[in-house]
Design a protein around this ligand. Structure first.
Ligand code: FAD
Ligand code: SF4
Length: 323
């Protein structure tokens, strides 16, 4: 690993100023569960490692009746999984946090780090100098692409690895971002960047910007939610595909809802036109089968991942029928 300066800022401003001054040389470091691996493998070689954990006041979970939930950027996934208010009011979030990695990684990994983790594409993680690392080709396109995206890809074909992002998208979450001495609010659905727009970054954070908080609106009392993650091993594995659903229903019919998908696209995937079809759908075999046949209609699978399309449709069907 390349030698680096370890910086312990005392304020967001101090951290942000260092990151802004050296956008290519300085890296923000939270729990380090992804950042350290990238450094050890020489995928990222920062000169300055800026430890966000030395900035006080970024680790909290706060719920206000009628307003919703606020989670500080440095809150560890284990705390989210164990929080009683989250278990009661947002069980889908608890479920997704518990589905991440292993207890050790959940004890260290933070919610903002989870949203900003880098892709798991095996070419990216190994010594291939692919497009995302500044090279001139995507090795997955004609190579081993079993785990890559089926929609929204090109010229890079990653899937976004975050489980939390899928449920936070279905929950309509927002982020507070600090940078340039001020804060801005970003809807999570606008945070992630498709490779067609920028194939070297996964989100629209600018140099020096730091996520400080995740906000989740209050859910209506009658809202039901669920998350399902399909993975090849029972634990410590990324999603092959995942589905998050938040719906309201009257009798057996959906009155409103949101579906979000992981493991299918370079960004956590939500299809507004699909969600617009949810109201009025009766939650029984035939109408649900009809609805799920609309999922990923525009998918363009690569040579080895067409299996993801029926997989995600069947998981969604199961989830909706369970709800
Ligand atoms: C073996 C293994 C299995 C895993 N399995 C899963 C899984 O199943 N599902 C899943 O979702 N994830 C999984 N992960 C990823 C893991 O959840 C993330 O590594 C973790 O959540 C990252 O949080 P961190 O605090 O450690 O971030 P770090 O590693 O410190 O940082 C990760 C990235 O986020 C940036 N960053 C951190 N905080 C902020 C902030 N506040 N604002 C802006 N940028 C920031 C850093 O600069 C860095 O680029 C796995 C990881 C490993 C190593
Ligand atoms: S999918 Fe993206 S990260 Fe993977 S090899 Fe292709 S360009 Fe690189």
């Amino acid at each position: 690993m390349k030698n680096f300066n370890y910086i312990q800022p005392k304020s967001l401003k101090e951290a942000s100023d260092i990151l802004k001054k050296k956008p290519h040389e300085a890296m923000l470091y939270a729990g380090g569960t992804d950042a350290l691996g990238l450094m050890k493998q020489d995928i990222i070689k920062p000169e300055e490692v800026v430890n966000l954990k030395s900035v006080p006041g970024l680790n909290y979970i706060s719920y206000t009746n009628g307003k919703g939930l606020r989670i500080g950027a440095l809150t560890e996934l284990a705390e989210i999984a164990e929080n009683p208010v989250i278990s009661e009011k947002y069980p889908i979030l608890r479920h997704a946090a518990l589905a991440v990695a292993s207890p050790q990684l959940r004890n260290l990994g933070t919610i903002a780090g989870n949203l900003c983790q880098r892709p798991r594409c095996w070419y990216y993680r190994e010594e291939f100098n692919c497009l995302r690392k500044g090279g001139d080709m995507c090795y997955a396109f004609d190579g081993q692409n079993k785990y890559h995206c089926v929609i929204g890809g090109g010229p890079c074909f990653i899937v976004h690895p975050s489980d939390l992002a899928v449920v936070l998208l279905a929950l309509d979450a927002k982020l507070t971002v600090f940078g340039d001495r001020k804060t801005r609010t970003v809807q999570l659905k606008d945070f992630f960047v498709s490779p067609g727009d920028d194939y070297q970054h996964e989100n629209n954070l600018k140099a020096g910007e730091i996520i400080t908080e995740i906000q989740i609106p209050e859910l209506p009392q009658d809202a039901k939610s669920a998350f399902v993650k399909f993975r090849e091993r029972g634990v410590w594995d990324f999603a092959v595909v995942s589905v998050g659903a938040v719906i309201r229903k009257e009798g057996s019919k959906v009155i409103s809802g949101k579906l979000a998908f992981g493991g299918v696209a370079p960004i956590p995937w939500m299809d507004e036109s699909l969600n617009a079809k949810l109201p009025g759908v009766a939650l029984s075999e035939e109408p649900v089968a009809q609805l799920v046949s609309e999922i990923l209609k525009k998918a363009e699978p690569l040579s080895k991942n067409a299996y993801k399309v029926p997989l995600v449709r069947n998981l969604t069907k199961r989830l909706l029928l369970e709800l």
